[in-house]
Ligand binder design. Structure first.
Ligand code: TMP
Length: 204
């Protein structure tokens, strides 16, 4: 049987990486065999592409940025995501295609049809289940700033991040696989929301 493909999405500082621990502990309770991965960076070429894409000193046009994200994804899908799903191993990815729609489509204002048609031509799989961590942009960016030196995306102005948030919420309103978590709450309350949605998916 094919493994399931789960993705975590959200703006900078939305808490997706922190909540990965909750996701892991639930999958462990169900004794599910899974791999954890992330984008950009999950395939063999990933570390090089990630370094380039996040480097604050690089100047990259929106189209090239989108193509590099898609190249990273194709490498990731062919070498890690599909081989594991085919073996029945679940794949949990911190970011995937919805990030390109939100960041390069919403944030950089590229044509979303270009992204979705490229994704269809490359035969990229659709996640079975997605958790979207959502909170106001100003709160999220404050959290991101406390973490470490800001990367090329984190340095963008507030309206860039606001467009990304809007784009994610629009995606969630039209895709039933995407479950929106109110990430402005305390850790415990957020964890409970993650647990509830994941249990619902696992028991469906
Ligand atoms: P991370 O910091 O959450 O690991 O993500 C790396 C950055 O890359 C983050 O700012 C979002 C951005 N990104 C895109 O712009 N498009 C994409 O398709 C992906 C996967 C990430």
């Amino acid at each position: 049987m094919q493994g399931k493909f789960i993705t975590l999405e959200g703006i900078e500082g939305s808490g997706k990486s922190t909540n990965l621990e909750t996701v892991k502990s639930i999958l462990d309770q169900y004794k599910i065999d899974y791999v954890l991965t992330r984008e950009p960076g999950g395939g063999p070429l990933g570390p090089h592409l990630r370094k380039l894409l996040l480097d604050k000193d690089q100047s990259i046009s929106p189209s090239v940025e989108m193509l590099l994200m898609m190249a990273d994804r194709k490498d990731h899908v062919d070498n890690l995501i599909n081989p594991n799903l085919d073996k029945g191993i679940w794949v949990i990815s911190d970011r995937y295609l919805d990030s390109t729609i939100a960041y390069q489509g919403g944030g950089r204002q590229l044509d979303i049809n270009l992204i979705t048609s490229l994704s269809a031509s490359l035969k990229l799989p659709t996640p079975d289940f997605t958790l979207l961590f959502d909170l106001p942009v100003d709160v999220a960016l404050e959290r991101a700033k406390e973490r470490s030196e800001l990367d090329r995306f984190e340095r963008e102005p507030l309206d860039f991040h606001s467009r990304i948030r809007e784009s994610y919420l629009e995606l969630a309103s039209t895709n039933n696989r995407i479950k929106t978590i109110d990430s402005s709450k305390d850790f415990e309350t957020v964890s409970i929301q993650v647990e509830n949605y994941l249990n619902e998916f696992l028991n469906a």
